[in-house]
Design a protein around this ligand. Structure first.
Ligand code: AMP
Length: 283
């Protein structure tokens, strides 16, 4: 079933709650692939009812990003959700979410702004305001769906950490369930943005997980010094790669690490064919 309005979804959820059923939410921007599907499967397994939201959220895109060309495949998404046992696909329009004329600047819209310490680094550095847009829409979805559980991928690890922080700081009554990164057989982390890459670009994109898995191997052999571990990355890079960041940070609060330990996540972002790709690994 697909629902486009907040009102209809609220009615439905109200009835589920009356019956004492548990509700899982999987927020997505659509163009669903096996990465999304792993979150959906987890929710369907764990919860009586699962809502998958499909919404390309305009306020999390920065000027010059791919808001217009972001893939939109609602019909296929709905079919995939139906086959996976999803109760409802919630696919609102921007107008439904943000109102008439949807004036999206923070002069006119109430934003949920996560702490600067979490957003001034990694993806937040080049995508200024991105996580404000993410937290605002996720908070709205939480208010609309009132889920017991919400499922987020470790693929977007900074996002996951920020959402957990928001839920804790704002006492939102939902449990966040992290889900592991799903990769192609080649090792490439699945992403809707992989569709922008040529066949050769996809090969070049393997550099992200090569660097990460090599760092993990070195770490397992006993190298803990972050400078040394970082140096192992450079031999993998060529003129087809623009490294945006390679950073070692704490898995709970994103503090920088100088010496890697078991609470360390290695984060990487690389541009290939001008497509910005991200990946990460836990040490
Ligand atoms: P998106 O549609 O890109 O906003 O992603 C929706 C959710 O799916 C987010 O929680 C992502 O972290 C998650 N996700 C996307 N790709 C993957 C993947 N390859 N493995 C696991 N989760 C993913």
């Amino acid at each position: 079933m697909i629902i486009h309005t907040i009102k209809e979804l609220r009615e439905l959820v109200k009835n589920w709650k009356k019956e004492g059923l548990t509700v899982g939410l999987v927020p997505t921007m659509g163009a669903l692939h096996n990465g999304h599907l792993s979150l959906i499967k987890k929710s369907v397994e764990k919860c009586d009812k699962t809502v998958v939201s499909v919404f390309v959220n305009p306020i999390q895109f920065c000027p010059g990003e791919d808001l217009e060309k972001y893939p939109r495949t609602l019909e296929a998404d709905e079919k995939l959700c139906n086959d996976a046992g999803v109760s409802v696909v919630f696919a609102p329009s921007p107008k439904e979410m943000y109102g008439e004329g949807h004036i999206l600047s923070n002069d006119f819209l109430t934003y949920v702004v996560p702490p600067f310490f979490y957003t001034d680094k990694l993806c937040g550095k080049s995508r200024v305001g991105h996580f404000d847009g993410v937290c605002t829409v996720v908070n709205k979805l939480f208010n609309i769906v009132q889920p017991d559980f919400a499922f987020f991928g470790e693929k977007d690890r900074q996002q996951l950490i920020i959402i957990k922080k928001m839920v804790k700081d704002l006492n939102i009554p939902v449990e966040i369930i992290p889900c592991p990164i799903v990769r192609e057989e080649s090792g490439l982390a699945l992403s809707s943005r992989n569709n922008y890459l040529s066949e050769n670009g996809k090969k070049e994109a393997l550099v992200l997980n090569r660097i990460l898995f090599n760092i993990k191997t070195c770490y397992n052999k006993g190298i803990k010094d972050v400078k040394l571990l970082t140096e192992t990355a450079y031999s993998f890079l060529n003129e087809n790669h623009t490294l945006e960041y390679l950073e070692f940070r704490d898995k709970n609060n994103l503090e920088e690490k100088k010496v890697a330990d078991n609470n360390t996540i290695v984060f990487i972002a690389v541009r290939v064919e001008n497509v910005r790709l991200i990946d990460n690994i836990e040490l």
